[in-house]
Design a protein around this ligand. Structure first.
Ligand code: PLP
Length: 360
């Protein structure tokens, strides 16, 4: 049972409104969090919605040494009818369970995951920005046992925090420039590339810093074996739009994170009569197709940025532009379709929208 302990001195409405005016991304947090503990002895217990506050963590907590940590990213939207909705949250619950299994962590049942997220959205519903904004939710779990031996920990903490967010990229929805990394790989077969774990991100930061040094917004990773096949960005999947209405996206297969946005885009594109090929796509081919004009658009997608057009590609050998260098027609159409469903402005035949009953 989830115990609800409201914040004794929650942020005043005026101060909250000021924070919501320009929240940025990941800097402003709501008043509450959800925590659930797991021990080998008791299983999941002590589920609470409570004031957001710092953890007290033993310096020997296993996560600080061997990085047993996983997370999810999802959003709550204010819908046109004044309600609040999540988008395919059961998919996040299932992926969280798969990530847990990969990292030898206990599996939180789907219903508990959903209940935790919904309870936080409900109690902090006043923090959901209107307009283009949304409430970004971050469920995560880490090994909290104080123990320095190398084995799966016997104690874990699950937590959900939330931040009101505006647009992910500084420039709003303008096209991004990407850097194709020569020196680094994100994932290899048998590794953790398809688990949403913090360690994957730690390993990608140097490559991302290199991208920024080259004047790019994001890094694109190639496969670890041949260093030839495009995999994904540091935190987003990638799609290529060809001139014959064919969409190509790298196939899942252990080294790519199975994005829920990716899966949704594939379904929406097929519904719209486009052909989607989940097929390997080589960097050389990317360059050749951009030069010949066969490649019309490229976009990256993920919960945080939703759909971001890729306008320019830089690599050690030079750079090239995709199409007009700006948002393409299919990129725009798929983005509008997806955000329209998320925000309750378009029909939702797949039942992806998940209303949250809320006091607000
Ligand atoms: C989270 C994530 C994505 C996008 O997944 P969504 O479910 O669409 O948000 C893509 N790549 C990586 C590496 C990720 O961590």
């Amino acid at each position: 049972m989830l115990k609800i302990l409201p914040h004794p001195s929650a942020t005043a409405p005026g101060a909250r409104a000021a924070l919501l005016e320009n929240p940025g991304f990941g800097k402003v947090f709501t008043d509450h969090m959800v925590t659930i503990q797991w021990t080998a002895e008791l299983g999941w217990h002590d589920a609470r919605v409570r004031a957001r506050e710092a953890f007290s963590l033993d310096p020997a907590a296993a996560v600080l040494h061997y990085a047993q940590e996983i997370f999810e990213g999802m959003k709550a939207y204010r819908t046109r009818d004044g309600g609040v909705a999540l988008f395919r949250p059961l998919e996040n619950a299932r992926r969280f369970a798969r990530s847990a299994q990969r990292m030898a962590m206990p599996v939180l049942p789907d219903e508990m995951f959903l209940q935790a997220v919904e309870a936080l959205v409900d109690i902090d519903a006043d923090w959901i920005p209107g307009g283009e904004g949304s409430l970004y939710l971050r469920p995560f779990m880490f090994a909290s046992e104080a123990f320095l031996g190398v084995r799966p920990a016997a104690e874990y903490t699950f937590c959900v925090i939330a931040c009101p967010v505006g647009a992910y990229f500084k420039g709003g929805s303008t096209a991004v420039t990407v850097w194709v990394s020569d020196d680094y790989s994100r994932a290899a077969a048998g590794g953790t590339g398809d688990a949403k774990c913090g360690g994957n991100y730690a390993a990608s930061l140097l490559a991302q810093a290199e991208a920024v040094r080259h004047g790019c917004d994001q890094v694109v990773f190639l496969d670890a074996v041949e260093h030839r096949w495009i995999e994904e960005l540091g935190g987003m999947n990638i799609f290529f739009v060809m001139d014959d209405d064919v969409l190509v996206t790298p196939p899942l297969g252990g080294t790519i994170l199975p994005g829920i946005t990716r899966d949704s885009i594939i379904a929406l594109a097929r519904d719209a009569g486009l052909t989607v090929q989940e097929a390997p796509y080589a960097f050389d081919q990317w360059r050749a197709d951009a030069a010949s004009g066969r490649l019309r658009e490229v976009f990256a997608c993920g919960t945080a940025a939703v759909v971001a057009a890729v306008g320019k590609v830089r690599h050690t050998g030079g750079e090239f532009v995709i199409g007009s260098g700006a948002d393409g027609a299919i990129t725009e159409r798929l983005r509008a379709q997806l955000t329209g469903i998320q925000r309750g402005e378009r029909a939702d035949p797949q039942g992806w929208r998940h209303p949250v009953s809320s006091k607000a």
